[in-house]
Write a protein that binds this ligand. Structure first.
Ligand code: GDP
Ligand code: MG
Length: 437
């Protein structure tokens, strides 16, 4: 993927003790190739490297102590700028605010409508209404109702009405009546851009004059994403882009190309199928991510958001009193799980995504561990030493695991406890501080 390729490009630089103009050029050629491979438009990639090269020469990259790092910074800054520079907010000024979703079928409109409603409800204290204007497939209306139910947001639909303009207008009146202040309109898409779809969304757009028209695009569609974005922007002059499916092995190229071609900000990204898999788009973090530096800032924010300080203090006390048991271990696991999907988390740690490339991380990496702990008695959880061979066999059976797995967990737990005790000793205090207490 792009990060690996860029890593390789920078490696060329690192391999040389001294930087010469020749290997800067060579590195940037590799950077360009990496961008092209990630489906960044040829001209954009070329302009990009030319600009970085000019800046590099202007800043005397060749004579600095750490030219490799300076070049990485230049590439990062330039990538950030390409993707919009600053964070673009969402306009919530209307009463109600009307948000119209556009995009091809399968791009993630319905899923994102739900995520946005959930985000506005939980983070912005709004009262959203979801509106089903995808009238061609009964399953589409049903899908939105399922989403609405999951997040506790009302869904407006008219199963027998075949006019999306009227449905949208009725929904807005309904919202006003009910005191709901954001109306999110989910629309129908087709597999490819066609006239009927464009006319329909354009009619809805004209009739309701939304505060925000968002274009939803699957970031895995690469170069096609740019053409689709252009077609929709020509008709709707939309306000922002939503990049979905940025989880998994996704190319970052779409973000760069779309921004450049339609000159509209990317506002949010979708990073999974669940309703909380939504993130504000930070150009700088995206640039870092593309460059493989890891999204450390996001990781820290996520950790802060979910880490329960009270719980942390309690556990620290227990460690001090030598009372840390499997129950506490279990609650630590729960803390980590609240932070999100393991794969996403690992991807945010610098270097880890590469180091862990061949390691399978299951979504429920903790499933076995939890099952084993649940199969222990409360007494065993607080005093694991009393678990004998017979009990181990019983615990394995009860948790659907093997005795080796139970043994492994107990061994790991023992090592962990030892380490924790060590950290309590002289000099250990600082270490605990370093670990974020
Ligand atoms: P629509 O046709 O534009 O309404 O697209 P949907 O919202 O129905 O999404 C199409 C498929 O993509 C569904 O299976 C979604 O679960 C999936 N999907 C949507 N957003 C994301 C995302 O951010 N990540 C992943 N992995 N899947 C997504
Ligand atoms: Mg849909």
């Amino acid at each position: 993927n792009l990060s690996d390729k860029l890593d390789k490009a920078f490696h060329i630089l690192k391999g040389h003790g001294k930087i010469t103009e020749v290997n800067v050029a060579e590195t940037l050629k590799e950077v360009r190739r990496a961008l092209l491979d990630a489906d960044v438009n040829f001209k954009i990639a070329k302009d990009f490297t030319t600009k970085v090269k000019e800046k590099a020469i202007g800043q005397n990259v060749l004579t600095t102590l750490q030219p490799g790092q300076l070049l990485v910074k230049l590439v990062k800054d330039e990538l950030t700028e390409l993707m919009g520079g600053d964070v673009a907010g969402i306009n919530l000024s209307g009463n109600p605010t009307v948000i119209l979703m556009s995009g091809l079928q399968g791009s993630g409109k319905t899923t994102f409508s739900g995520k946005l409603a959930n985000y506005l409800k939980t983070k912005k204290n709004k009262k959203p209404l979801l509106v089903a204007c995808d009238i061609y497939r009964p399953a589409a209306i049903k899908q939105l109702h399922v989403v609405g139910e999951a997040i506790g947001v009302d869904v407006y639909s008219e199963p027998d009405n075949t006019n999306p303009v009227i449905i949208a207008q009725n929904a807005i009146s309904f919202a006003k009546h009910q005191g709901l202040n954001v109306v999110i309109i989910d629309t129908a898409g087709r597999l490819a851009v066609d006239e009927a779809m464009m006319t329909e969304i354009s009619n809805v757009h004209k009739a309701i004059q939304p505060q925000e028209t968002l274009f939803v695009v699957d970031s895995m569609t690469g170069q096609d994403a740019v053409n689709t974005a252009k077609a929709f922007n020509d008709i709707l002059n939309f306000d922002g882009v939503i990049l979905t499916k940025l989880d998994g092995d996704t190319r970052g190229g779409a973000a760069i190309s779309i921004k450049t071609v339609v000159n509209k900000p990317i506002k949010f990204v979708g990073t999974g199928e669940k309703m909380d898999a939504i993130d504000v788009f930070y150009p700088e973090r995206m640039a870092e991510r593309i460059l493989g530096m890891g999204d450390v800032v996001s990781l820290v924010e996520k950790a802060q958001e979910h880490y329960d300080e009270e719980e942390a203090r309690k556990i620290q006390k227990k460690i001090a009193k030598n009372e840390f048991g499997f129950d506490d271990f279990l609650s630590q696991i729960q803390q980590v799980k609240k932070m999100g999907n393991m794969k996403d988390l690992v991807g945010m740690i610098p270097g880890a995504s590469k180091a862990m490339k061949d390691v399978q991380i299951e979504d429920d990496a903790f499933k076995h561990i939890e099952a084993i702990i649940h199969s222990m008695t409360p007494k065993e959880r607080s005093k694991p030493a009393i678990i004998d061979v017979k009990r181990k066999a019983r615990i394995a059976k009860g948790s659907g695991t093997k005795v080796e797995q139970v043994n492994q967990l107990m061994k790991q737990f023992e090592q962990m406890s030892k380490m924790m005790k060590m950290m309590q000793g002289p000099g250990g205090k600082n270490m605990m501080k370093m670990m974020g207490n």
